[in-house]
Structure formats: structure tokens, C-alpha cells
Design a protein around this ligand. Sequence first.
Ligand SMILES: C[S@@+](CC[C@H](N)C(=O)[O-])C[C@H]1O[C@@H](n2cnc3c(N)ncnc32)[C@H](O)[C@@H]1O
Length: 464
Amino acid sequence: MSEFPPAIVGSEQTVQRVGVALTAAGFTPPRLKDLLGSDGALVDAGRRPDALRHAHAGGDLGVLARLFLLADGVSDEELSGLGTLAEDLRCCGLVSQRGGVNVGAATMIPHDDILIASDGPGSDVSDALVPGVQGPSHLLGMLAIRRPVQRALDLGTGNGIQAILLARSSEHVVATDLNPRAIAYARFNAALNGVTNIEFRQGDLFEPVAGERFGLAVANPPYVISPETSFTFRDSVLGGEAISAQVVVGMSDVLEEGGHATVLVSWDASGADPHATPVGWVAGLPVDGVVLSTTIEPARSNAERWTAAHADRDAAFAQWYDYYVANGIEHVGYAAVVMRRRERHGRHRVIAVPPTMASQASDHLLRLLDGQGTTVAEASIVRLAPTTRITEVTEPGPDGWALASAEISLADGLGFRADLDVRGLAVVRSLVSQTAVADLPGDDADEVLGFVRELVELGFVVTG
Ligand SMILES: C[S@@+](CC[C@H](N)C(=O)[O-])C[C@H]1O[C@@H](n2cnc3c(N)ncnc32)[C@H](O)[C@@H]1O
């Protein structure tokens, strides 16, 4: 089993010094992209020979890229060229000797301004593998609420990326994980990034925070509906969709009144209403909830996707697909459930996440939840969210320029867009300043009210 991550050797100050020195040496996404022609993420096998050639001619930054991104051995002389950083890397356990050369003991990838160490591809640590920042980690980062709170929770912290992000707007973060290697990595990564307000606790689900309350919480649990138990980060021992249900329900219990949580989930979406299951989880809870649906995927392609990188792909696919067939699973759903704790049972609904988001969605999600908790009536005062945009296309015709089409869109968050007809366009144009719904243009007051409610619910328009 890999020696890394160690209990932090030396001091947290040494690890923090390594983080500062790596950044100063240009170990950042733009500089690595310039050097390697990749985004600073792991270089795939096809591009590795080119990337290695560039790294060998790339001075100190090239040496660091070879150690931590390209799994290439470096000589003592090359390592010594890094000066005091070389000693600090050895001291932290980030570099070790193998076969007469120095090798990186972990993969390290800069994500914007956060450095994350994790197990690399091919690490021999069986089910205790701690992967790097993956697609779902990015999705959760985009859909987490970011507002100042005293206490925040990251359940299933893994390499610690979500806890490090939460630490920016929280006085104190509690990060938990079942896997002790994950706790060690997360602690290491917090130190690497100079973050000192995270407390790490090992344990199962909510057991380490029993009886505690939080203003913000996130979880990217091992939600994959899988017949395997190969990886703690992916395959829950609870089986099926049970872990998704338990984390959603459990989160509502640990939130303070008005507190927010975002949880990634998956479920058997085979029924007539593919979202009935996650809606059912939220419906019984004292929360306003939004099920942000990302994918409803046929079982076959889902099985193909999860087994594509398997050494024996055909056998693995057969195992996964047979498991789905045996359990009557025709479709698998994926979503993020966003919740705001309310004293009484709140409202809930399903919204599809567009393939491309405009920006981190916290502000937009807060508007969606505000809209969901507000009753819009004729007397309500409403105005456009400042990020609402209208795009009009006019075409020349026999009577001059005429409107051909109009679109309303959001420049933030989920980046919604929808066509507007002439009546809708007139209403939206009138909403630039605060207006009572009753004063908006339109012959049919009910139709205008219904339209404005929809705009409020989608976060294009706010009340008050
Ligand atoms: C998909 S990874 C998420 C890692 C990280 N939070 C992220 O967003 O990239 C799921 C994490 O949950 C942890 N985990 C699995 N089962 C758990 C349990 N029963 N209780 C707490 N954590 C668990 C795994 O060890 C793993 O670190």
C-alpha cells in the first residue's frame, strides 16, 4: 500500500511552505498549460510523450510537472536544482526514492488557486483510493451555496476540495470521511493551501456530527448505483440509491433554520416520472428543495460509461448491466439536491441543469429558493435580477425592421435561456425598474401574473 499520505511529517508550516513555493515556481494552471500544452490536469497517454519532451526542457517547473503530473523519475541533481523546495518536498513525504530516481508520491494538480494532492491513476491502494478533483467535484463546487456562515459541513471530504472552498466563507468547517486516507489527504491539502479553519473527523455518514447544526453543508457521497465494492469513494456498501436518500434526509437534520445544503445524488429513474424518487426524498422534509436534474441515462450507456476504463471492460460491463437488469433498473438519474431548512414543510420542484452554466450558481440558487418561498400576487412589487439579459433579432421587411425573435437569458448561475413572444418581451422590458405586477402591460391579467411567477421561480425576476 502507498506510503502517502503520511501523517504530516515535520510541521504544517513546512507543508504550507511547499504550497507557496510551488505556486511561486509557476505550478499554476496557465503556466502548466503553456509548458505542457494541457490544462495542468493529468496529461493523457496520447499526449504524454510531447508533454514529457516539453517538461524535460522546462527548467524547475518542468521538474515539478514530471514529479507530480507525469509520473516521471527525476535525478538527484535535477531535484537539488529546486533548492530549499527539494528538502521540503522530501520532508513532507511528497518525493521518495524508487529505482535510483526521485518520484512524486502523489499526484498534484492546481485547480485555479487551490493545489490538490491525491492518489494518481494506477495507485495500488485498493478500496482506499483517494482520487483527485473529478467532474462531480466541479459540479458540486458550482452548485454549492456560498454565503458567510459560522459553521459548515463537508460530508465525505475525500481530498478536501469542498472543505477548502467552504473555508473561504465559513468561520469553521467540519470535514468528515469514512476513509482514514481521505482524512489524511484532506488535512494535508488544507495545510498545502494555508487553510487553518477546518476540523477533520473520521466516521460513518452523520455519526461524527451527531447533534450538531450547520449553516452550510455539502456532500458528494459515493452515490453510484453499482454492483461493485471496489472503491469507498464510489461504491457505497448500502447498495443502490440508499446512500443518496440517507444523505439528503440526514442533511435536513443537521441544518440550522435557514441553512443550506447541496448534495449530489443518483437513483433508479425507471418509472413514468423519472424524478419521482428524489422529489419523494425532499417532499417529506422541513426544507424548500430544488432537484437540479443533470442526467437521466439509459442503464446500458450508464454501465458502459462506468466500466469504460476497466482492465476487462467486457466482463465489467456485463456485471454492471446484468445487475441493472436483475434489479429492474432501466434508467439511472443524476441530480444535485439543493435545500434550505424551514421550520415547516416547504416547497420542492425539479429544474433541469443546462449543459453549460454561466457561473458559480450560489446567487442564482438563492434567488430560486427565495422565489419558491414567496407568493407572487397582483400587488407584489417585482424587478429584474441584474443578470437578466434580452437578446432581440430584427430583420428587414417590407415595412422596415421588424422583430424576428427574442430571447431572455441569465448571465449568471445556471445560465437559463428561453424564447420570448411579443407579449412576454413587453412585460420583461417593463421590469427594468421596480413595478407592481398589476401595472405590467398585457390584456390578460392572469396570464401576466402566471408569466411573472414563472420568471420569479426561475430567478430572472426578484420580488421587493
Ligand atoms: C465521490 S468522493 C467525494 C470527494 C470530495 N468531497 C469531492 O467532492 O471530490 C466520496 C467520499 O465519501 C467518502 N465516503 C464513502 N462512504 C462514506 C460514509 N459512509 N461516510 C462518510 N464518508 C464516506 C469516500 O471515502 C470519499 O472520500
